[in-house]
Ligand binder design. Structure first.
Ligand code: UD1
Ligand code: CA
Length: 454
């Protein structure tokens, strides 16, 4: 039996109060529907059909995935009608798993369990809630077998008291599905074609219905507004934090940690509070990350210490570096190892050689800095002439005096020393002191201007 997954994502999401379709709102930097697609993908289905409607063009633009099938539901006439739109893509031999594009955190394990339990019959994911309001209720017979689902708006007082609810996630045998869908009517309180009415049809056709429940409630939670989105974000972050801590990462406070991508790490890494990790980040062994640091697509080598308030974006940091506070590594920053990068230093598209130091108030852009270099406070590589970018090359063991401007293209020789406050426009030789600027003078008999009396 092959598996087809149908993801319902046509709803408008009015309560999000946003111009963006609901399923595109991000959870941990990934659109809600992409979470669902990724989980579906992990079940190795023969195909995934996304039913789209509102903002469909935007959804298709954001979710770029050649292996998806798309089915338009121009008018939202109910969940049953939505699944019907996907039927042209479904084969009779398929088992059809229905997921919701706005229920992002159902785990693959839960879905595998649901599929296992269902076998060739139907499977239904339910959950028991203290407050079941809003959900379809699971009606069972005297023997406890599932009989049907009644929607909140169609339920009587007894039915409303039922606490077992429909999560909406179901699996159907493909050979029965289209017949059942064709038999749906919209003769109900909402005038919709309810997917949930298929349960009673399964019962009368003698098809078994296996019920599974998820381990965590958040696996069944949908997003209807921004409050729920924020709650699920926290649940997801906590899950990731717990996994990292179990794997040996020390998080100073798992409630103040955000991973919006993937984190690979060695042993004995420590992460202080309010660290945001985005994209693909790799930490070696014994890496320490201070409070309020943002790491976006970065790799950091063994024993490197990043102190508070740094931002690294698409940068590579070798082993044994000390960086921060308040350092900014921009795309293409490549610290070979043992570097010291200090406060208010910005490094872009530059290599910093082994053991080199850039400790204070400096801009390094489009540069090749050798090993053992010391860049004085306030040094600027002037890489931009107003039209083009140019390269600065600094040889091994060079010493750049404070407040120097290195006007690219320019090469500073190995072991060269640049006097403080120099503006260097031409290449400088190895091992020599080069300085620029006027001779220092003292003006005799000069007086500070005084305030005129009024
Ligand atoms: C549905 C279930 C209810 C269940 C609840 C769980 C039905 C009739 N009811 O109710 O039993 O407890 O989910 O959250 O199935 N959608 C479409 N096209 C449509 C209608 C909906 O794509 O025409 C999509 C929505 O975008 C959403 C999902 O289907 O992702 C559920 O729709 P929603 O309107 O939230 O269903 P509920 O009324 O909450
Ligand atoms: Ca809903």
């Amino acid at each position: 039996m092959t598996l087809a997954v149908v993801i319902l994502a046509a709803g408008k999401g009015t309560r999000m109060k946003s111009s963006m379709p609901k399923v595109l709102h991000p959870l941990a930097h990934k659109p809600l529907v992409q979470h669902v697609i990724d989980t579906a993908r992990s079940l190795d289905p023969s195909q995934i059909v996304v039913v789209y409607g509102h903002g469909g063009d935007q959804v298709r633009e954001v979710v770029i995935d050649a292996d998806l099938s798309w089915a338009e539901q121009a008018e939202q006439l109910g969940t049953g009608h939505a699944v019907q739109q996907a039927m042209p893509h479904i084969k009779e031999a398929d088992r059809v798993l229905v997921l919701y594009g706005d229920v992002p955190l159902t785990s693959a394990e839960t879905l595998r369990e649901l599929l296992d339990q269902a076998g060739k019959g139907m499977g239904l994911l339910t959950i028991n809630l203290d407050d079941p309001s809003g959900y379809g209720r699971i009606v069972r017979d005297d023997k406890g077998a599932v009989e049907r689902i009644v929607e909140q708006k169609d339920a009587n007082a007894d039915e409303l008291a039922i606490q077992e609810v429909n999560t909406g996630i179901m699996v159907f045998p493909g050979e029965k599905l289209s017949g059942w869908l064709n038999g749906l009517s919209n003769n109900n309180a909402q005038g919709e074609y309810y997917l949930t009415d298929l349960l009673a049809m399964a019962v009368s056709d003698g098809v078994s219905i296996a019920v599974t429940q998820p381990e965590h409630q958040f696996e069944a939670d949908g997003v209807n507004n921004k409050l729920q989105l924020a709650e699920l974000e926290r649940a997801y972050q906590r899950l990731q934090a717990d996994r990292l801590m179990t794997d040996g990462v020390l998080l100073r406070d798992p409630n103040r940690f955000d991973l919006r991508g993937s984190l690979t790490h060695g042993t004995d890494c420590e992460i202080d509070i309010n660290v945001i990790i985005e994209g693909n980040v790799t930490l070696g062994n014994n890496v320490k990350i201070g409070a309020n640091v943002v790491l976006r697509n970065v790799s950091i080598g063994d024993n490197t210490v990043v102190v508070e308030n740094c931002i690294f974006d698409n940068a590579t940091v070798g082993a044994d570096c000390t960086i921060g506070p308040f350092s900014r590594l921009r795309p293409g920053a490549d610290l070979i190892g043992g570097a010291h990068i200090g406060n208010f230093v910005e490094i872009k598209k530059s290599v910093v050689g082994l053991g080199s130091k850039v400790n204070h108030l400096t801009y390094i852009g489009d540069s090749q800095i050798g090993a053992g270099v010391n860049i004085g406070a306030g040094t600027i590589t002037c890489n931009y002439d107003g039209a083009n970018k140019h390269t600065t090359v600094i040889g091994d063991n060079a010493f750049i005096g404070s407040n120097s401007a290195l006007v690219a293209p320019v090469t500073i020789g190995k072991g060269a020393t640049i006097g403080a406050g120099s503006v260097i426009r031409k290449d400088t030789p190895d091992d020599k002191l080069t300085l620029s600027g006027g001779k220092q003078v003292t003006i005799e008999n000069w007086e500070r201007p005084k305030k005129q009396p009024k």
